[in-house]
Design a protein around this ligand. Structure first.
Ligand code: TMP
Length: 214
């Protein structure tokens, strides 16, 4: 097993059916095979308590859920996830890969639902103890294309196309505002082409930050 001088954190973001989960999994398998200590997790979810919150959030029968309840449930899921999985793994000098994290809330609840973003920013800081990813891969696909990939729709996926367009535009805006952390990837490319870009970026990060103990 390779030893790292410090842990680091990678998040994957994007709209529905962007292919980000496939890429997060591929990166996990690759790093594991290379002998790195790595953890793959996701939001909402990643712990027993957070998975139960996920079920409430995505249940398509919960149509009466108001925007603030939705918001607080995402933060509750995140707080538990950071406490139970992300913080301990980083402390143990592991690489953490999370399929969605705090940017999802800015995109979906902020731009999608219209919750004030200053509030979301503040609560994200609070729920995560200020832990932000070192690298965020944004897998960008126009929602008009991506939604056609789905056969069934959960409570969020069944929102109209305008909602999903707002989500995409906020992601692109976040990427412009956080250039150092974000890598925008064309999600229309094939799986292996996308993965090559991700692999290259992560290997560059490991070398340029000297995180590998030789
Ligand atoms: P998933 O389909 O990537 O597992 O994500 C579940 C859904 O939750 C997806 O529609 C995006 C949504 N979501 C939010 O609306 N806000 C959030 O903060 C997170 C993490 C996910």
């Amino acid at each position: 097993m390779k030893l790292l001088s410090r842990g680091f954190f990678i998040s994957f973001e994007g709209g529905e059916a962007s292919g980000k989960s496939t890429q997060a999994k591929k990166l996990y398998e690759y790093l594991k095979a290379e002998g790195f200590p790595v953890v793959l997790t996701h939001e909402p979810g990643g712990t027993d308590i957070s998975e139960r919150i996920r079920q409430i959030l995505l249940d398509k029968d919960n149509l009466g859920m108001c925007a603030l309840t939705e918001l607080f449930l995402y933060f509750a899921s995140r707080a538990q996830h950071v406490f139970e999985v992300i913080k301990p793994a980083l402390k143990e000098n592991k690489i953490v890969i999370s399929d969605r994290y705090h940017d999802s809330t800015m995109a979906y609840q902020g731009e999608g639902r219209g919750v004030p973003k200053v509030k979301i920013k503040e609560m994200n800081d609070f729920a995560t103890s200020g832990i932000i990813p070192d690298i965020t891969f944004l897998i960008d696909v126009p929602p008009q294309v991506a939604l056609k990939r789905l056969e069934q729709f959960d409570r969020i996926e069944r929102e109209d196309i305008e909602f999903h367009k707002r989500v995409r535009s906020e992601y692109l805006q976040l990427a412009r505002e956080n250039e150092k952390r974000f890598v925008i990837i064309d999600g229309m490319a094939d799986i292996e082409t996308i993965f090559e870009q991700i692999k290259e970026k992560v290997n560059d990060f490991i070398v340029s930050n000297g995180v590998l103990n030789e």
